[in-house]
Design a protein around this ligand. Sequence first.
Ligand code: SF4
Length: 264
Amino acid sequence: MATTTAPLDTRSPAKLKTVRIEIKRQASPDAEPRWEKFDLPLRTGMNAISAMMEIAANPVTADGRETTPIAYDANCLEEVCGSCAMRINGKARMACSALIDKVQENGVVRLEPLSKMPVVRDLSVDRSVLFENLKRVKAWVPLDGSYDLGSGPRITPQQQEEAYPLSRCISCTICMEVCPQFNEETGFVGAATIAQAKLFNEHPTGRVLKEERLHALMGDGGIQECGYAQNCVNACPKMLPLTKAISDVSRDVMIQAVKDVFTR
Ligand code: SF4
């Protein structure tokens, strides 16, 4: 991974400040977590990722002790890959878009892994639960084969406008992190999975699996676990219309349940 950093703000050396980065470390999935503190000069445009890059390249704590390089996930650095989601000063958000001077509180930025995903190491977590849930609802357009199928069905501009916001999901799992219903007790699939079920249910080809998706959202961990806390829609970094998606899919699940009574 590249470790380039923004230049020091030499225009106003008198105002140059440092920022304290506190990181929750965990050497392995079963290890006890611990906190380490690092001091960095506050640089123009510095974000949480560039701060972590500096610390990983020179892992020396604020009290001068050498430590192991920190581990974290990051890839695109522009809120597309979804991999750098973490808790920053207590709030789940993307590290790549978290500007240090905006998120710091009294000169301190605390970085923790998402609390509802198993920790792999330090700030890196295992998000497989989301991908398993997407498999559960068949969140894809089925294909007949790998040969050239020609152009797909036509989609109206109105359909595109409805589908596009849902297609912006980056699988960051922040909606699951902030949801009070997303826990082991309920097994709730979470807002992202429901939104993707809606996206593919409305696709002219994807809708052939609509009934299967709706059945997958009935029962344990299904859509009825949603308590409409609406934390998801407020926290989603890509502003997906999650509450509308949940309402629409909830209605479709109810209609499917009634149909099932007469056809099964
Ligand atoms: Fe992230 Fe939003 Fe997708 Fe949830 S719906 S995984 S918060 S982008």
